[in-house]
Design a protein around this ligand. Structure first.
Ligand code: DX5
Ligand code: ZN
Length: 220
């Protein structure tokens, strides 16, 4: 369904407190947890792998949204499926056999999506869009939390939503990077329905009330 959903990114949280973080995230009414998987190649940092995701799986009933910022994602997808991912997105820029990779994800019953960097044009989706459950548009350069939202992405979201409506399919548009209480409404107004937010959610002491407040700004 195309309802608005919030996917907090735990990227910059203190992992020694992850159990409490997940409890508060769930209590605040978030819909999913966004996992930023980085390999030190596609992006400079290294974060965590499938073992981390698997160890968190019993701690919460929130959906697990796995954003793979890794080269050769096809080598790692089975492990993330096994770890309990509910949706997996991989970057078009490092996925030469995109069709096969998407089919592999979907064959296991996990939702599949493609991520586009800010400078990657929408037309790379032309011959794959009908296969996708979701498209993730980056609104910062991938690799780090806490960056500024790139305003031209608003128009890109709107163009993609138009194409999806024309296709007659229900495909989620997720947007990731630099989303705050102040700009979230224009992002959803442009046609996005899944909002990733890291800094805006987790840089405050009270996660639960921050999420409630953020959802109000989204109009949900
Ligand atoms: C960037 C990540 C984002 C990031 C979002 O590479 O994909 O998910 O953590 O963090 P904020 O909301 O701080 O931009
Ligand atoms: Zn992300």
């Amino acid at each position: 369904d195309q309802t608005l959903k919030l996917a907090p990114s735990i990227l910059n949280t203190d992992f020694s407190l992850i159990k409490k973080t997940l409890e508060e995230t769930e209590a605040g009414g978030a819909h999913m947890v966004h996992f930023d998987v980085m390999d030190g190649h596609f992006v400079p940092d290294i974060t965590f792998g499938p073992a981390f995701v698997a160890s968190l799986r019993p701690l919460t009933s929130l959906l697990f949204d796995v954003h793979l910022m890794v080269e050769n994602p096809e080598n790692h997808i089975p492990q993330f499926i096994e770890a309990g991912a509910d949706m997996i997105t991989c970057h078009a820029e490092v996925c030469p056999h995109l069709y096969r990779t998407i089919q592999t994800i979907k064959a296991s019953g996990v939702k599949a999506g493609v991520v586009l960097n800010p400078a990657t044009p929408l037309y790379v989706l032309d011959d794959i869009l009908s296969e996708l459950d979701m498209v993730l548009l980056m609104s910062v350069n991938p690799g780090f939390g806490g960056q500024q939202f790139i305003p031209s992405v608003l128009e890109k979201i709107a163009r993609l939503r138009e194409e999806i409506i024309k296709s007659g399919r229900e495909i989620d548009i997720e947007v990731d990077g630099g989303i705050t209480h102040d700009n979230v409404k224009e992002i959803t107004n442009s046609g996005a329905n899944i909002i990733v937010a890291g800094t805006a959610i987790y840089s405050h002491e009270d996660i639960k009330s921050t999420i409630c407040h953020f959802k109000k700004r989204m109009g949900i």
